[in-house]
Design a protein around this ligand. Structure first.
Ligand code: 4AD
Ligand code: MG
Length: 441
């Protein structure tokens, strides 16, 4: 019977058929004259059994983890009491080694051993991603991005691709990466927000999933220098409607992710205690958060009580979120600690219609706000912030040519994933993470 070429995840439909599978040797074990290979091809894992002469060749006797092989044979269901991925195994009748990986000191197992120094593992990220945990997180990431797109589509938003090379800042000058652009200063984008706002009159509500760059001086477990930024902007809506949309987006996306049985299983394996958030999310005013922190004796980084007007530092924010252990909409931050474009609260102009979404284990995963829709007010805000309005002419025009109440937000994809898959650091949710001093591999 000729062998049909399949990927491992197609094994179930091909039981009792003769197939040919290519992949990497994930695990290897010899026992009672049999060689067991757990084969990996990125779509799944398949136990393959070699017996008799197949186990006696030079290649068989010197086979190593991570070598590539082609194996042909019949997929057989396993009898009661025996277990293997998908409940079956490939009984090989032919195989060949395609590329042999080194053994000994240079072996994969040796290079990515558990407990190795994190900076060495960071150098070996290209090998680490072959591991079960790292590849599971990356699989979940792929589904999460698909689910966000499906949810946006469902809610009628249009996807755009703004530029990464820009000449304006969005979130303050201190974290800009700058470079020479044909003799002129330019930056890597911190946020596509301003461009999204200009799309409203053209495309209506819009979103993008684009890399953002922050020259962060802080070396924390949730800051990257390059991260995937999911941003959306919506027109003719109120602050309350913006919050309702955010709840819908987060919960709708999670429902789509969990509707896929394979992804659900991966998340359950990575994060067995994951709790699906219930709606409505807790709303907490910034001033009440300050009070909460002081009541619970959670201090600032310099060991003082919090005052209204203070930025809430990462440690305090995380402590509060972990204590409450539910998603929180932290709203109405003071003007001074937020960006120039944020709309002020009608009831008290010292505060803004702004929101951070906080998740247990991570803290802030989303930052958003209503935007100033009044041109004069925006021009004043540039002045207060010491921003030259000239390069922002296109952003200002947004208010000149038919303004509207509008708002939006940015969600850090790696932070969302760190929360969903219970990772200690956002670095684990990035394919090749960049942070202070790390731009390789
Ligand atoms: O709070 P941020 O700075 O807000 C903005 O950039 C807005 N202009 C977005 C908008 O309204 N369109 O960033 C938004 C989110 C944060 O909540 C966080 O999840 C993530 O981006 N983020 C980072 N993630 C990883 N590493 C960093 N250095 C990050 N900085 C922000
Ligand atoms: Mg923020």
């Amino acid at each position: 019977e000729p062998a049909k070429k399949i990927k491992i995840h197609q094994g179930v439909q091909n039981r009792d058929k003769r197939v040919k599978v290519c992949g990497w040797v994930h695990r290897l074990r010899s026992q009672k004259g049999l060689t067991f290979i757990v084969l990996r091809d990125g779509t799944g894992y398949l136990q393959c059994v070699l017996s008799g002469k197949l186990t006696q060749t030079y290649d068989a006797l010197t086979l190593t983890n991570e070598s590539t092989v082609e194996i042909r044979g019949v997929i057989k269901s396993l009898p009661e009491g025996k277990t293997a991925p998908d409940g079956h195994e490939l009984v090989a009748d032919w195989w060949q080694c395609i590329g042999k990986a080194p053994g000994g000191d240079e072996s994969f197992t040796n290079l990515v051993a558990e407990g190795a120094d994190p900076s060495i593992l960071a150098d070996r990220r290209h090998l680490v991603i072959r591991g079960e945990t790292a590849s599971a997180v990356l699989k979940v990431r792929s589904k999460v991005l698909q689910a966000f797109r499906a949810e946006f589509e469902h809610q009628g938003l249009t996807e755009v691709t703004p530029p990464c090379m820009v000449q304006t800042q969005v979130e303050g000058g201190s974290t800009l990466f700058s470079f020479d652009y044909y003799g002129q200063p330019a930056y890597l984008t911190q946020s596509s927000q301003l461009y999204l706002e200009t799309c409203l009159p053209s495309l209506g509500d819009v979103f993008c999933i684009q890399e953002s760059f922050r020259a962060e001086k802080s070396h924390t477990r949730r800051h990257l220098s390059e991260y995937t930024h999911l941003e959306a902007e919506l027109a003719f809506l109120s602050f309350d409607e913006l919050l309702a949309h955010l709840e819908e987006l987060i919960c709708g996306t999670l429902e789509r992710v969990f509707a896929d049985p394979k992804t659900k299983a991966l998340i359950e394996q990575l994060n067995p205690n994951f709790k699906m958030p219930s709606r409505p999310f807790m709303r907490m005013d910034y001033k009440d958060a300050i009070k909460y922190l002081n009541d619970k004796k959670i201090l600032t980084d310099s060991g003082e009580e919090h005052k209204v007007g203070d930025d809430i530092a990462e440690a305090a924010e995380r402590k509060m979120t972990d204590d409450l252990n539910v998603p929180i909409f932290l709203i109405n931050f003071p003007r001074e600690i937020k960006s120039f474009y944020m709309k002020r609260c009608p009831a008290d102009e010292r505060f803004t219609e702004s929101v951070d979404v906080l998740m247990p284990g991570v803290g802030e995963i989303v930052g958003g706000s209503m935007r100033m829709s009044d041109q004069k007010q925006l021009l004043e805000a540039y002045k207060t912030e010491g921003i030259d309005p000239a390069p922002y002419f296109w952003y200002t025009d947004q208010r000149k040519y038919g303004t509207s109440e509008h708002g939006g937000y940015g969600l850090g994809v790696e932070r969302f994933l760190a929360w969903l898959t219970n990772r200690w650091t956002v670095r684990e949710a990035s394919l090749y993470p960049r942070w202070t001093g790390r731009c390789t591999p």
